[in-house]
Every structure is written in C-alpha cells, then in structure tokens.
Design a binder for this molecule. Sequence first.
Ligand code: OSB
Ligand code: MG
Length: 374
Amino acid sequence: MLRVDRIVLREIRLPLKEPFRISSGVVSERRIFLLELHHPDGLVGWGECVAGEQPNYSAETIDTAWFAIRQWVAPRILGTALAGPSAVHDLLAHDFRGHHMAKAGVEMGCWELAAQLQGVSLSKLLGGTRERIATGISLGIQADPDALVSRARAAHGQGYRKIKMKIAPGRDIAYVRAVRDALGAAVELMADANSAYTLDDTHTLRQLDEFELIMIEQPLGRDDLVRHAVLQKSLRTPLCLDESITGVDRAEDMISLGSGRIINIKPGRVGGFGSSLAIHDLCQRHHIPVWCGGMLESGVGRAHNVALASLPNFTLPGDLSPSARYWERDIVTPEWTMDPDGMVRVPLDRPGMGVTVDMDRVDKMTVRCEVLDR
Ligand code: OSB
Ligand code: MG
C-alpha cells in the first residue's frame, strides 16, 4: 500500500562548475531542494523540487515551493492511503491552483517510492522502453561567439547528440552562425530564448531559419500560445515550447492552435509524472516529438528525468548531461555518466530511481531541514 507518514525537506547548496546564464538571469550556485518520503515500513522515496533561486523562469522559487509543500501539499499526502502514484496528481490538483514544482517534488517522490515498493525500476513503472537515452547539452549565454564556439566544439567532441545554445536579443544570429560554421551542417543544433523576444523580432528570428536548427525553444511569452502560433506561420524552423506547456491542456492548445511542433517536457513544470505521461501520450497520438528538459538538477532529479526520457515518444535527445558537466561531485552513487556516443544508461537493474543518495555528504551539506509528520 502506497502511503507516506513523514516527509523530510532539505536544502543543500551545489556550486556549478561554471555560471549558467539564460536570457532572464544567471545562476552560479544551485540551491537543491531534496525530499525524503518515508513509508511506514521504512522504505524512503526520493524527490527533488526543481524550482529556481529566482522567479525568472517560472513564478515558483525554492522558497515558495518549500512554503507550499509545508502548508498545502504535505497535509494532503501524509497518512493518506493512496490508490497508487497515478492518483497523486488529481489529489494535488483539486481546488489547488498552480505550485506545479512544489506538487511535482512530492508527486515524483511518490512514484519513486511506489517503484521501490513494487520492486521495479522507476523507468519500468512509468512505461519506459529504452535502455539508453540520447543526451544533449544546454550551453549558457557566453561573453562572445568565440567562447560559445569553444564550448560547442568541446561538447561535440564529447559525443553529445544535440547542442542547445541559449540566446537573447543581440546575442543570437552571430552566435548561432559561428557555431554552425565551426561544427558543420550535420550537427544537431537548437536555440532557447526563454521568452526574450516579441513578435516585433520576427525579422531577427526568421534569420535563424538559415542555420537549419532542429528547433527554436520558447522565443515568446511564457503564457502566450496565440503569438507563438503567429510566429510559427512565418518560420520554417519548428518551434518547441517549454515555459508555455504547464499541463496537458496547454499541450492540446499548442497542437490545435499550431503554436509549436515539439514539446520540451520538464516534469517539475507540469506538476509531476502523471501530467508528463498525459502530455507524452497526447503528443504521441498527434505525432508531436517530445524531449526531456532539465533544470540543473542534482543526481536525484536527473534520475527522475532519465526514467521519464526512457518512454517511447521521447525521440529527441534531452537536456540530460552527465553529473560532471555541472558539479565537481554529485550527491548520488554512481554519478551520471555518458558514453562516447552521447548515451546515458537507464538503470533498470535496481528498484526505484537506480542511484543511491550519498547520505553522509548530504547530511553535512544540509543548510535547511524540516520534518513534516502526519
Ligand atoms: O529553459 O531549459 C531551460 C535551466 C534552467 C532554467 C531553464 C532552462 C534550463 C536549461 C538547463 O536549459 C538544462 C540542463 O539542466 O542542463
Ligand atoms: Mg527552455
């Protein structure tokens, strides 16, 4: 029986090897929010809430999510007999708006716990079919095109199957052109604007068509499906939506309006695995490819993303780089690694998420901890 009697919230700080800059802000040290979900029989499911330090990607931050979990999410879960992990999404959606990342931290922990209880891998429980997943890298905005080219060259040499470049007005055409010229026509490139443009920039965005990008991610407003549909009509390059897709309804809207042709599924952004699976299935029926985005997760959140990306309609490489791309040392054993072909192995041989949290280190690194009991 799936049941959670105690939730432990922890914050640890993990410095990034290099600051990560997107159009709306920069992060140098991740405030990682981990959740332990304790089953009455002693098993512990792990979750990671991916909310950022600042509200520059979504309205949520680690601090709002912490508050929402303590105040509203945990009380609905603690001591409740859950029919299964797929029941958690609706339980957290009823008369409770927003706070998707807070909900997802707990919801995904419930799936991880359920996989352990059933003795299956998280990938298997979600319906995964792949043993290895193709990996991409997301490169932050650099000081100049040469700096971006050197990072893109290195990434290509390491085997990454997709190279994503963050762009912003004034840091777009010259940067993308430099990377395309340096790496050649065969390399899969894309750009992510994190909502930095408006329809007034259509002329600039149309110039990107020349570089044969596999997609342009979220050029316009995070809640603006209407203008994305207008823009898509004037671009050859497929648009991919990230911020705009907050649930299966928005994915349906994107498809019917023609606001994009690809979806980046981040389970945190959409409220967890239940919603991610619904979007995955909808897109599969409509022949819309999906891929798994990242939020600079620790090895715990990465485990959840790897499991999700093993589902069949995740046909494009995800933002799922190995641990060493982000951190001097990750908090899980084994760390996440990539082979020279740019593939990450899905841990199918162990129940649950397939990696072990290095508890001694996490204990020492914890800067904030709160225990929520029923
Ligand atoms: O838009 O995909 C994004 C990181 C933080 C916030 C938003 C985004 C990102 C990334 C990072 O692109 C991808 C990764 O985790 O490697
Ligand atoms: Mg994005």
